[in-house]
Write a protein that binds this ligand. Structure first.
Ligand SMILES: *Cc1c(COP(=O)(O)O)cnc(C)c1O
Length: 390
């Protein structure tokens, strides 16, 4: 198997598993049972992990709250701020290309009487800080803009948007699930008030993430129950998962520049080769301001789903932007959001890399892809008569 779907999830590192193991079998105490030494040991380890993760995004440990993943962090940030601040206003600003964890949460809040502005993005998937600024009214309580897009990799001007929100006195949340561990993040410098992350996107375990909540931000609880996470999120702490997350993020942030350089080289090699070798193909997302590991294309005259299945049969794991998995025939909202017509958006393919990928794997992929695209086009009625005409 050649795994090129790291935007969906990543393989856990052996070192991360090793770091976690003792917390299943030895230090398995309840981190909130601090009247026992077993509980204290678990709590100590958890707090060290909290400090480590917080420091890697420029936050303090008291501002970092563990969750079950990125979706919960997004839900908590948006619903929590909306509910707690509804006396100040009922207006939320986000973009048209957010992850469904943000979009569906906003749609839910619309049904509860909140008003949401979905700011459009440009042809590269980039949101304009000026557009955000212009959308802010005296009713606005929250701006939520993703750090980097999970489908097309575009990185937004987060620091600029943060500056605007600070100036206007509006909370700023960013879904940084794709960006954490991949690019430099500093919640202070970037004026971020709330930030979502998820361990399984940076070689950590699934089912654990975190929400950074700046000190002083007014936010309602989402998960009610016990007094865990300083009384802000109930449920017995996932200590092993939290340890794994800290280990994974530490490793991701180690030698980040070096790893980025290698990934960017591979990424650009894929982009250049695909655009050169396969006609009627476009790159989705921004050419430079994109995640080091993301490539996303649309191949005209074919269905992304068929392409994905053909590649899968040869052992290449990639993803298609079209949402067939969710039982819908609609193409990706992100690809429509950057202005692509349906018929082009349908032919999408995302190959996302990790530090585990090798040049040999990429070469194998680049060798396999063009003939598959050609074969699918040859079978497509849309393609008939196109060849040689453009
Ligand atoms: C994967 C992802 C999520 C969801 O994270 P989970 O931990 O799987 O819930 C949210 N936002 C973005 C941008 C993602 O890529």
């Amino acid at each position: 198997m050649i795994y090129l779907d790291n935007a969906a999830t990543t393989k856990m590192k052996d070192s991360v598993i090793s770091a976690m193991l003792p917390y299943f079998t030895e230090t398995f105490g309840n981190a909130s049972s601090t009247y026992t030494s077993a509980g204290q040991a678990a709590r100590r380890a958890m707090n060290e992990a909290r400090e480590k993760i917080a420091s890697l995004i420029g936050a303090t440990a008291r501002e970092l709250y563990f969750t079950s993943g990125g979706s919960e962090a997004d839900n908590w940030a948006i619903k929590g701020v909306a509910l707690k601040n509804k006396d100040k206003g009922n207006h939320i600003i986000t973009t048209t290309v957010e992850h469904h964890a943000v979009l569906h949460t906003c749609q839910f809040l619309e049904k509860q009487g909140f008003e949401v502005t979905y700011v459009p993005v440009d042809e590269f998937g980039m949101v304009s800080p000026e557009d955000i600024k212009n959308a802010i009214t005296d009713k606005t309580i929250l701006v939520s803009v993703m750090f980097a897009n999970n489908e097309i990799g575009t990185i937004n001007p987060i620091a600029e948007i943060g500056g605007i929100c600070k100036e206007k006195g509006v909370y700023f949340h960013t879904d940084a699930v794709q960006a954490t561990g991949a690019v430099e993040i500093d919640v202070e410098k970037m004026n971020i008030d709330l930030l979502s992350m998820s361990a399984h996107k940076f070689h950590g375990p699934k089912g654990v993430g975190a929400l950074y909540i700046r000190k002083g931000v007014k936010i309602e609880n989402l998960i009610h129950g016990g007094a865990q996470e300083s009384g802000r999120r109930a449920t017995t702490e996932n200590v092993a998962g939290i340890i794994g997350m800290a280990q994974a993020l530490s490793e991701a942030c180690e030698n980040m520049q070096e790893k980025t350089k290698k990934l960017v080289q591979m990424r650009d090699y894929i982009i250049d080769t695909v655009l050169r070798e396969i006609p009627y193909t476009r790159l989705n997302g921004h050419r430079e301001k994109r995640l080091p590991n993301n490539t996303s294309f649309c191949f005209r005259y074919i269905e992304g789903e068929s392409l994905l299945l053909s590649l899968d049969m040869l052992g290449f794991v990639v993803s298609s932007g079209s949402a067939c998995t969710s039982g819908s025939l609609d193409p990706s909202h992100v690809l429509l959001g950057i202005g692509l017509p349906h018929e082009i958006a349908h032919g999408s393919l995302r190959a996302s890399l990790s530090e585990f990928n090798t040049k040999e794997e990429i070469d194998a992929f680049l060798k396999a892809l063009p003939p598959i695209v050609q074969r699918l086009r040859d079978m497509s009625p849309l393609y008939e008569g196109v060849e040689g005409k453009e």
